[in-house]
Design a binder for this molecule. Structure first.
Ligand code: GSH
Length: 225
């Protein structure tokens, strides 16, 4: 089905937080129409939204073209790629690339996002100042960024020779690091010198129109392809 024949996918979201942004980037890249359903923070754990996502978090989607409702950003990205990336613009169906993409996607969702999320929480939002927790999650943030930096030596993308959904799953979370590390000593976060391959890769993704649009949307309700 051509994108112009599709009904817009509803994205349940909040602006400028990494996991919903991850989904919007993929929709933008694929040219799939979507519309936003903004969920107030106070409504996330209320029955109306929990009937969409029992975990009470964003993102979630409903696709009226296939009548599926889905939550968990990684699962949503997998669905969008399987359903709408018919030209394999952001993926590979070859062996072993297909599985290496899954590997990096799982690393992002289980070993990258959660550590960065805890770093942000203890540095910015936790009501008490707990130095040992801050230190633990800053170190884990540095460690997982180092994993990416080493892998990206001499490469422009994680798998194969093009940017894929796996790369793009990292960009919104990576962009949050500078925000939660601001105010910390410079030797704790200076990616241009400490993680130059990571820095180059991240900047190449930040320059993409899809990433710029998804990261700066105030309200996805305003946006239709
Ligand atoms: N593993 C989930 C995490 C979703 C998540 O934590 N979303 C955040 C926004 S980035 C949220 O809804 N936070 C609200 C809350 O913690 O109550 C995913 O990848 O979709």
């Amino acid at each position: 089905m051509a994108p112009s024949d599709l009904k817009p996918i509803t994205v349940y979201w909040r602006p400028q937080v990494p996991n919903p942004t991850k989904v919007v980037i993929i929709l933008e890249e694929l040219g799939v129409p979507y519309k936003g359903e903004f969920i107030e923070h106070a409504d996330l754990k209320q029955p109306a939204f929990e009937s969409v996502n029992p975990n009470g978090r964003v993102p979630a989607i409903h696709d009226p073209n296939t009548n599926i409702t889905l939550w968990e950003s990684g699962a949503i990205v997998t669905y969008l790629i399987d359903q709408y990336d018919t030209e394999k613009k952001l993926t590979y169906d070859t062996f072993p690339e297909k599985y290496h993409l899954v590997q990096w996607q799982h690393f992002q969702a289980s070993g990258h996002g959660p550590y960065l999320g805890q770093a942000a929480w203890f540095l910015m939002f936790h009501p008490e100042q707990i130095d040992s927790a801050k230190e633990r999650y800053i170190k884990e943030t540095q460690r997982v960024v180092k994993v990416l930096d080493k892998w990206l030596e001499g490469k422009d993308s994680l798998v194969g020779d093009k940017l894929t959904y796996a790369d793009l799953s990292f960009v919104a979370w990576n962009a949050a690091i500078g925000y939660f590390m601001s105010g910390r000593p410079k030797d704790e976060w200076e990616p241009e010198t400490q993680f130059p391959n990571f820095f180059r890769w991240q900047n190449s993704m930040l320059a993409r129109p899809s990433v710029q649009k998804a990261s700066t949307l105030a309200k996805v309700e305003d946006v239709h392809l």
